[in-house]
Design a protein around this ligand. Structure first.
Ligand code: HEC
Length: 185
């Protein structure tokens, strides 16, 4: 909200400058308090690690709730809290200069790109709000009664998938449930 008001104010002062910028950059121009002490590479690697860990935690949560792994209430709640914290931190790991995935960019410097696509920078506010909404859902799951937990986790997974559909470059998962298909290929 504060950021939107700031952009509205800046737009008046910087009309000429803003017109000269491509739309994605104009929207993401950092405000005076939005500076970073880490580089684009540092933050890109950090968010790749973070998302990977969200995925690994979520797989374990689901396996516990499915009965594939032994039930452990404390572990479930701890992992859901970690997922929530990571979802809250994730949008802070984007720099104003866009570095969406492309095959060429990955070949040039694999650490400089991630699976985030150009839409993240085109509509960053929506992206950030989706991540915060998923954070609240993960908290809700962590605080749920045992009989409600699976339902909350499934709602969270719908949020994971719908964000990925819009903002993540599709890629071939190594799905351990399909390991035989991979070995045959
Ligand atoms: C608000 C959007 C959003 C939400 C919500 C979200 N993700 Fe992601 N996810 C992304 C983006 C963008 C990437 C690529 C990010 C990057 O590495 O820069 C990604 C990457 C991933 C990856 C691949 C990591 C890698 O590069 O190896 C996994 C696994 C993943 N997400 C799992 C999840 C799970 C599980 C949830 C829900 C609990 C979730 N994500 C919620 C946007 C989201």
């Amino acid at each position: 909200m504060r950021r939107d008001m700031l952009f509205a104010g800046l737009a008046g002062v910087m009309v000429l400058g803003t017109l000269a910028l491509p739309p994605a950059l104009a929207q993401n121009a950092p405000g005076p308090a939005e500076t970073a002490l880490t580089s684009q590479q540092d933050s890109t690697l950090a968010r790749r690690l973070l998302m990977h860990s969200i995925g690994a935690n979520n797989d374990i949560v689901h396996d516990i709730l499915d009965g594939t792994l032994p039930m452990d209430d404390l572990e479930l709640r701890g992992r859901l809290q970690s997922i929530g914290a990571a979802l809250y931190a994730m949008p802070s790991l984007y720099r104003a200069e866009a570095n969406p995935y492309s095959e060429e960019a990955e070949k040039a410097d694999a650490l400089h790109v991630s699976l985030a696509n150009a839409k993240v920078w085109e509509d960053f506010t929506t992206f950030r709000d989706l991540s915060y909404a998923a954070f609240f859902k993960a908290q809700e799951a962590a605080d749920a009664t045992p009989d409600q937990m699976l339902a909350r986790v499934e709602e969270l997974e719908v949020m994971c998938d719908s964000c990925h559909e819009t903002y993540r470059t599709p890629f071939e998962y190594f799905d351990f449930d399909r390991i035989e298909d991979f070995l045959k290929e």
